[in-house]
Structures are given as structure tokens and as C-alpha cells.
Write a protein that binds this ligand. Structure first.
Ligand SMILES: CC(C)(COP(=O)(O)OP(=O)(O)OC[C@H]1O[C@@H](n2cnc3c(N)ncnc32)[C@H](O)[C@@H]1OP(=O)(O)O)[C@@H](O)C(=O)NCCC(=O)NCCS
Length: 168
């Protein structure tokens, strides 16, 4: 029997192509039928390997979850962007490949992202999720996040509501 090890670490520019693949698959899985097709395809195409390599080299903090040597998830984290919320840290994105969802990896990645923000001296955490993304809402509520604010994200003609979860 072999044991697969899970490693959560900061991304390296060499991970860019693998992250682009995770991004494409997880966004298709989470948002097709929710975000208009053309808009979603455009968002995915725009974020190819070159986009990710650039994001990793610049200031954005990108974390990856690696299982048995394969990158199966990523998170991007940094300062909270919503001025009206006092929490200092934010998880901008947290995504796993569809076939690796539901087995605890998201929980591990979330905990690691949160720890890293705290280590950077950022107190409190915000995560936004689309209201139609029921899995994400139950995931963040399950971690004790309080849904305290709402917003709207406009994708061409379609306006989708989003919810902010916070932890102090
Ligand atoms: C949301 C996501 C990050 C959760 O990670 P995950 O590894 O699948 O979740 P875990 O296995 O760690 O499960 C943790 C909890 O999340 C909830 N959850 C996870 N998958 C779920 C599913 N398919 N349906 C309903 N709830 C689910 C459960 O409450 C679960 O708690 P439990 O184990 O006590 O039942 C992951 O499913 C994902 O990438 N989804 C698609 C992209 C997305 O929606 N990202 C968030 C955007 S804001």
C-alpha cells in the first residue's frame, strides 16, 4: 500500500501551468450554468500559465495543495479589499479540482491559508462566495464563518449576489 502525502506550500512560477489547469477545471465545475458561458470561458482563457506565473512572481500570495506530487488545489490570499469590513486578511480564492473535492483537502487548504494570514500579522479574515454556490456557503459556515455582508458581482448582463463570511 502506498501513502499519498499532502503538502501545502507557497507556489513557485514553475507551478503556473498546473495551477492554470486547476483553475480551469474547478471554475468550470463550480460556475458553469451560473456565470454566463461566454464570460466564464473568457475568465478561464485569460488566466493561463503566463497569467499565473506573473501572479506568483508579483506580490500575490498563491498557495498550492499538492497530493502525491500533483497540484490539486490553490488558494490566493492577502489584505482584505472591502473597506467597510474591519477584518484585515482575505482569502480571495480557494479551489480544488472537482475529483479531489469532498475529502478534506479544502479544509486543510483553508486552515493553512488562515494560518499564513495570521503569521503575516493580519487579524481577522473575510471570504466572499457567490450566493448560488451552495457548497461554498456550507463549507464556510461549517468553519464558523459569520455571513455578515452582501454584495453583487456583475458578469455581463447577469448580476449575481455574493456573501461575505468573516472570522475575527
Ligand atoms: C468549496 C471547497 C473549497 C471545499 O473543499 P472540500 O475539500 O471539497 O471540502 P472538505 O472535504 O474539506 O469538506 C469540509 C466541509 O465542506 C462541506 N462540503 C464539502 N464538499 C461539499 C459538497 N460537495 N456538498 C456539500 N457540502 C460540502 C461540508 O460541510 C464539509 O464538512 P463535513 O466533512 O463535516 O461534511 C471545494 O469543494 C471546491 O473547490 N469547490 C469548488 C470551488 C468553490 O466553490 N470554491 C469556493 C469559492 S468561494
Amino acid at each position: 500500500m502506498s501513502t499519498l502525502t499532502i503538502d501545502i506550500r507557497k507556489a513557485d512560477p514553475r507551478d503556473a501551468a498546473a495551477i492554470a489547469e486547476v483553475h480551469a477545471e474547478s471554475w468550470q465545475g463550480a460556475y458553469s450554468g451560473m456565470i454566463p458561458h461566454r464570460v466564464l470561458s473568457g475568465m478561464i482563457t485569460r488566466r493561463g500559465a503566463a497569467w499565473w506565473a506573473n501572479a506568483i512572481r508579483r506580490s500575490a500570495t498563491v498557495l498550492v495543495a499538492e497530493l502525491g506530487g500533483e497540484i490539486v488545489g490553490y488558494a490566493t490570499i492577502g489584505r482584505n479589499r472591502a473597506r467597510e469590513l474591519p477584518q484585515q486578511g482575505e482569502i480571495y480564492e480557494l479551489y480544488l479540482k472537482p475529483e479531489y473535492q469532498g475529502v478534506g483537502l479544502g479544509s486543510r487548504l483553508f486552515a493553512a491559508a488562515r494560518r499564513r494570514l495570521t503569521d503575516h500579522g493580519l487579524r481577522g479574515l473575510v471570504v466572499w462566495a457567490l450566493e448560488d454556490n451552495a457548497n461554498a456557503l456550507s463549507f464556510y459556515a461549517g468553519f464558523g464563518g459569520r455571513d455578515i455582508a452582501e454584495g453583487v458581482e456583475v458578469f455581463e448582463q447577469r448580476a449575481l449576489r455574493k456573501i461575505a463570511f468573516v472570522w475575527d
